[in-house]
Design a protein around this ligand. Sequence first.
Ligand code: DGY
Length: 328
Amino acid sequence: MIAKPKILVARAIFPEALAKLEESFEVRSNQADVVFTPEELKQELASVVGALVTGSERIDAHALSEAKQLKIVANISVGYNNFDIPAISAAGVMATNTPDVLTDTTADFGFALLMATARRMTESEHWLRAGSWTKWSIVNNPLGVDVSHSTIGIIGMGRIGQGIAKRALGFGMKVIYHNRNRLSETDEKTCQATYVSKEELLSTADHVILVLPYTPENHHTIGAQEIDLMKPTATLINIARGGIVDDGALAQALQTGKIFAAGLDVFEGEPNVNPQLLELSNVVLAPHIASSTEKTRRAMVDLAVENLRAAIDGKKPPSLINAEVFRD
Ligand code: DGY
């Protein structure tokens, strides 16, 4: 009998997806879901031909140093800032992510976070739970800022950014955006979006939403200087990645009322959160859940598995990031 190829599933996945994998592979799975240390990850990768990983697994030269049979690292995530792509390519390993399947779900969440932040949803709930409703008056309850007919500034106009723009149109919003590359005329028309400089976006938008990938160049795209450009009535929403915003500078700005409020789904050093942010009422906090619906998470796992199977079968994975590694 031919031995089944050995794979690693580095974090817990849906039991049915795991059972399906076990039909074709010898699976080393981490259903206990305790994040591997870098040393453990290196050991785990040493004996497998493929690995399903998530943002909690940093795949770099150290992790790959003993992975002599590894063909693919399949991220269950569209963002892949946990991948050191040059190191993965140098090791001759294919790297894949999960684009498209999460676009709408993530854009929905971006909009939900914007709405919750502008209309002070979580703060209002705490106010109610604290019994403050009895003190209600026209002015004495959490007063928000408008979303409809305001200006949204989207930084990062990829698939998810464009999804947010399309949703904003339904709210009669003016859409401005900033991106590394300007969109085609057709895409700008579809989104009714106007390209502006980052400075113009920050100083004119009522709601700034960040949807750009994390790269070293994008580190602290929003810091104290950028926040200084924003309106005191503006909100800042981050559904991109921790590290794109200087969380310390943001906490300071929220505390001193430099901007109205923030909505954050991602954090520098997550799952740890800057303690100053935890003390503030004008910030809505979420634990990196923008893609988190059952349907979408299943679709992400399915696409990652499809990528893994293709690579192990010697085929080109559908969402290959480092195409130079693939040999027909
Ligand atoms: C993604 O897919 O990049 C989401 O942020 C979940 O990690």
